[in-house]
Ligand binder design. Structure first.
Ligand code: AMP
Ligand code: MG
Length: 337
């Protein structure tokens, strides 16, 4: 399970503050997409209504994108026996980003890995270590380049199954922040199970602070980043994992090269950029790529910054260094272009 965030009943706490204050904190906690989410907006009481609509939007996207919900677009595509299905603009946008990030990461992101993720039990929590032959067989149907999307017409080849779990929350964060912005909210932070997306600044005009969690456990953060109007999205081996009887730890981000948890020395990747969708896709892809390829990937792009966590250090790209404050757990190095 993802970490359970302490959910302050902010609205109740503020009840005594008087509704006339312009910059009150209003929060909603939501459980969706298998994750605890916290939506926080500042303003007068009128921000409550958009927060309710944001929750409704999350629920609607969950039903549309879920791989297990028999009414979802993804379920329909996975069970069409190779026939084309029509998908919404939302799903099409996510699929296009999945395809581009898969391509630019040399195939590290593969939404068609779903049956392999399932074989490890990460979808149900019934964890097991699949045998090599089983994985080899499942990998034969893993190849995102065989998925076809023409406009809103999606075709998933017969025998293949896709899942948008690596990037759906980033898209959801974009949708939620867009809705809140359109409602006139100028100060908000939404946390979708470790995916943090922000609007504007804090009410006092300062930037938002987002912590880089410690994959080794413990409450001490590895550092903090200060951002305004950005997505800060992390993929880490500590977010969902199990320990086998022999003590080996297995986590939920799979390397398509061998169908096993990506084990290249990276413990977490945090991606900071404008688009939650793209940052979420990238965080998973970069985690699979490993330190060296991730750095080359960053150098080839100009639309995101990142923080890589390995067992003994952090790598922080130059564009975020001024907004990064290191903790005392691990040393850090700057990565330049
Ligand atoms: P994230 O936490 O955003 O890195 O997404 C991880 C989730 O994406 C996992 O729980 C799986 O459902 C799925 N997944 C795991 N490995 C991959 C991969 N290499 N490509 C695409 N999706 C993956
Ligand atoms: Mg991701």
């Amino acid at each position: 399970m993802k970490r359970i965030f302490p959910l302050a009943a902010a609205c109740l706490m503020l009840a005594g503050c008087g509704a006339q204050h312009a910059q009150q904190k209003h929060s909603r906690d939501v459980f969706a997409m298998d994750t605890y989410m916290l939506l926080t907006a500042y303003g007068n009481d009128s921000v409550n209504e958009p927060l309710i609509r944001a929750e409704e939007k999350i629920t609607a996207l969950e039903h549309m994108l879920s791989v297990t919900d028999a009414g979802s677009e993804i379920y329909a595509a996975n069970h069409a026996g190779g026939a084309p299905v029509t998908v919404s603009d939302d799903t099409a946008a996510i699929l296009r980003t999945a395809a581009s990030v898969s391509q630019e990461s040399g195939g590290a992101l593969q939404i068609s890995l779903y049956p392999v993720v399932q074989a490890w039990g990460f979808t149900t929590g019934s964890y097991r270590v699949p045998g090599e032959a089983e994985i080899a067989e499942l990998l034969q149907n893993v190849d995102d380049t065989r998925i076809s999307l023409e406009g809103n017409t999606l075709t998933v080849p017969d025998g293949m199954q896709i899942d948008l779990g690596a990037l759906a929350k980033g898209y959801t964060g974009d949708a939620v922040t867009a809705l809140l912005r359109e409602a006139g909210i100028t100060s908000a932070i939404v946390n979708l199970g470790g995916n943090v997306q922000t609007i504007g600044t804090k009410p006092d005009g300062s930037k938002w602070t987002v912590g880089i969690e410690n994959p080794f456990g413990g409450d001490q953060l590895l550092g903090t980043v200060h951002v305004g109007n950005k997505a800060v999205i992390t993929s880490g081996d500590y977010e969902r994992f199990f320990t086998a009887e022999d003590g080996t730890r297995y986590w939920h981000i799979i390397d398509p090269a061998d169908g096993a948890p990506a084990d290249n020395g990276l413990r977490s990747v945090t991606v900071i950029g404008e688009s939650g969708l793209r940052c979420d896709a990238l965080s998973t892809a970069l985690f699979v790529e490993g330190t060296e390829k991730a750095i080359a990937h960053w150098r080839a792009c100009d639309d995101f910054e990142m923080i890589l966590v390995t067992d003994d250090r952090l790598f922080v790209t130059e564009g975020i260094v001024d907004d990064f404050a290191a903790g005392s757990v691990l040393p850090w190095e700057e990565i330049t272009r």
